[in-house]
Write a protein that binds this ligand. Structure first.
Ligand code: GLA
Length: 711
């Protein structure tokens, strides 16, 4: 396939990663010739090119403008351009020509193009992870003139996605209701979602799945695209008037946010993209494998993810050391391995109106500091973790009184409070060093293995005092602060939280190890939230806590078996007043944590298979890479209209392998099959397995173990 003109990136051959992307560099600009299932050895790029030839259409240019990696108006392209900029009001619509193409290996491609008249250079980097097939793509623009270039847009490379795939799945949501999947027709024209929250956002997760009506969890074609960026973004798909389809994602730049001086460059956030012809499961497995093999740090690679206890919903701001000590004892006796002291521990923090910014322990509440609590946790065999929200300040704080000019917001605008707080301008060197010092002091003075790093408001005033738009800079300053902390405290683990799941993306995940998916611990709401989350992210980073009997967000009472059975499929934790547990709940929670620990290696490394179920049920399983073991969960959401529920067809098993099935949860549940039954993977996947009669909102968890004839 390789020639000077065509450059192919391919995954290693495997059932999971089986895609190929070919860039055509034979013309003036680089464009995607093909992206999809791996082609045969007999296929040549010339064949594909021949198949792409289109007639001259009435009322159109004789030669259609290409969809280059950065489609440009300067080439006559009439769709959305990948670049927009100007020099002092003069529109610079580049028409870039290829200068160099370097393919260092079958997985990496670097293409430099230049518009010599307009003095703009582009560098497109594309890479395909061989193990997962995930493509990583960035665009860098360089101002080669001696005058300033103002950028209005510079997207990551534009990827062609066939317009025959006429459906799109987007991710909407709100606080306590993140990652809600919406399946819609992919319109002719532009479908675009813009996020200007200043953080990844609860409302507009930067990801899209492009597919068609026939695709399901287990079959069909799907392209998944995600922008790894924690600031403002714009994600879009377009079906042009001429029928061609693209997907484009990039940073949403505010007016004047990026002005490149002579020689200056701007690098787009990374676009991560995958192609599957084995349904949505194939797509998520690719993203999960990519995260695990290319991004997850060694810190968490070699260590089982400890079961958390988090103090928030037990005590909120009402910190009393004696009570926290007692909670720690209870948590340890349930099997927790790390105790996280949430909001409320620092000076004057009695509610959310004061104290943010003053990162010193409140001596009025903790006269001996945090040491006694930390030592107590350690004596109980637990690590200690602490909540902080470094990017924020309450006006009622020592920090703000001393430095009112450290916050974002133009002098000409009245400050807007959200949760009684303002946002610090992280790009100010004084702010960076204040935060770095405060965090360093906390971490050197205490044995803290974990920070829950929160960010509890949108950035409504995204500019500095002079009015300069700052989200781009703010996001990079955050990344750099995190990077410095990581470098100085290499064993420290960090959780990304933003009022729950407001900052979950592969940008922040380069610096963090776990995400708090949602403040909503209601197990049934969590099933939908975690399903959306699982499209791109794996279970090992998904914070899932068993909440109170009566959910604090929904007020719904849910059985402890269901609460525990949902939470045990992530990075498990407990977040409830443990003193309020009754005996049955206590022992149930204990057994759930034992079960979680038994299957933790599988849950945190296996392949996720969501199952296609009728609307009244929710089911998925985690299957070991070698198929010898699996753990499935089935929840009955509402009553069914038939006397018994439909059987569910399992997925991901080895057809020829024989399995025994063990009903694991609830611990007193009758076996769903006689214990000694040995059943082939093929039978379980094609005929399916009858689920027991359950009351709505109850679940059953069962394991599969490979068996041979002799055992
Ligand atoms: C946010 C987080 C919660 C908790 C509170 C503390 O809302 O999402 O988990 O930490 O802040 O103020």
């Amino acid at each position: 396939m390789q020639s000077q003109s065509y450059h192919a990136l391919s995954s290693a051959d495997s059932q999971l990663a089986n895609s190929q992307l070919i860039v055509d560099c034979s013309g003036a600009s680089p464009n995607l010739l093909y992206w999809g299932a791996k082609l045969s050895d007999t296929t040549t790029a010339d064949m594909l090119k021949a198949l792409n030839i289109r007639q001259e259409a009435p009322s159109c240019c004789a030669e259609e403008a290409p969809i280059s990696l950065s489609p440009m108006h300067g080439t006559g392209f009439l769709g959305q351009s990948g670049f927009r900029g100007h020099r002092a009001g003069l529109y610079k619509a580049p028409d870039c020509r290829i200068e160099t193409v370097s393919q260092v290996n079958p997985q990496q491609l670097l293409i430099v193009t230049q518009d010599r008249a307009n003095n703009i250079r582009f560098t497109h980097r594309l890479a395909m992870d061989p193990h997962s097939g995930i493509v990583q793509a960035t665009t860098e623009v360089t101002n080669t003139a001696d005058t300033e270039l103002t950028l209005d847009r510079c997207d990551a490379p534009s990827l062609k996605v066939p317009s025959t795939l006429n459906q799109l799945i987007s991710f909407e949501g709100c606080w306590a209701g993140e990652f809600q999947m919406q399946r819609n027709n992919r319109p002719t024209g532009i479908y675009s979602r813009e996020n200007i929250c200043g953080r990844t956002s609860h409302h507009n997760f930067p990801g899209l799945i492009i597919t068609d009506q026939s695709s399901t969890e287990t079959s069909g074609e799907a392209y998944g695209l995600h922008l790894g960026w924690s600031g403002n973004h714009r994600i879009s798909t377009e079906i042009l008037g001429d029928g061609r389809g693209t997907v484009q994602m990039g940073e949403l730049l505010l007016p004047g946010e990026i002005i490149l001086p002579a020689g200056g460059s701007y690098l787009s956030p990374t676009l991560y993209a995958g192609y599957s012809n084995t349904g949505f499961n194939g797509l998520s497995q690719q993203f999960h494998r990519y995260y695990r093999s290319a991004m997850r740090s060694q810190r968490t690679d070699n260590k089982p993810r400890p079961v958390h206890y988090n103090s928030w919903e037990a005590v909120y701001f009402d910190h009393q050391p004696a009570q926290l000590m007692q909670l720690a004892e209870e948590a340890a006796s349930l099997g927790a391995e790390r105790f996280i002291l949430d909001d409320g521990w620092f000076r004057q923090r009695h509610d959310d109106s004061t104290g943010l910014g003053d990162w010193v322990v409140d001596s009025a509440v903790y006269p001996q500091g945090l040491h006694p609590l930390i030592e107590h946790c350690e004596s109980l065999g637990m690590e200690f973790g602490l909540w902080i929200e470094p990017e924020m300040v309450n006006p009622d704080s020592e920090l703000f009184r001393a430095h009112p000019d450290w916050v974002l917001g133009a002098e000409s605008n009245q400050a807007i409070l959200a949760r009684n707080q303002l946002v610090l301008n992280l790009s100010l060197p004084d702010v960076q060093s204040y935060l770095l010092n405060s965090i360093q002091t906390l971490l050197t003075d205490h044995r803290i293995s974990y920070l829950k790093w929160d960010m509890n408001r949108d950035i409504h005033q995204p500019m500095d005092h002079h009015g300069k738009a700052m989200v781009h800079q703010q996001t990079h300053s955050l990344y750099s602060l995190l990077a410095k902390i990581r470098q100085q405290f290499p064993a420290l683990e960090i959780e990304s939280c933003a009022s729950g799941g407001g900052r979950v993306d592969l940008g922040i995940l380069q610096f963090t190890d776990r995400v708090w998916v949602s403040d909503n611990n209601d197990a049934l709401d969590r099933l939908a939230i975690q399903k959306g989350f699982s499209m791109f992210f794996p279970a090992d980073i998904m914070g899932t806590h068993v909440g109170a009997r009566k959910g604090h967000i929904t007020g719904r009472t849910i059985d402890i078996n269901t609460r525990a059975g949902v939470a045990l499929f992530g990075h498990m934790g407990v977040e409830a007043d443990l003193m309020a547990l009754d005996r049955a709940e206590r022992s149930c929670l204990q057994s759930a944590i034992v079960l979680h620990k038994r299957y933790r290696p599988l849950i945190h490394s296996g392949d996720l298979y969501r199952l296609d179920t009728p609307d009244y049920a929710h089911s998925f399983g985690i299957v070991a890479a070698n198929k010898s073991q699996a753990l499935f969960s089935y929840t009955l959401l509402t009553r069914h209209n038939s006397t018994l529920p439909q059987p569910i067809r399992l997925a991901g098993l080895e057809p020829d392998m024989m399995y025994t099935i063990n009903t694991e949860w609830p611990s007193d549940c009758d076996p769903i099959l006689p214990q000694q039954s040995r059943i082939s993977g093929a039978a379980l996947m094609n005929q399916g397995i009858q689920m027991p009669l359950l009351k709505p909102q109850m679940l059953v968890i069962f394991s599969l173990q490979k068996t041979t004839r002799d055992n």
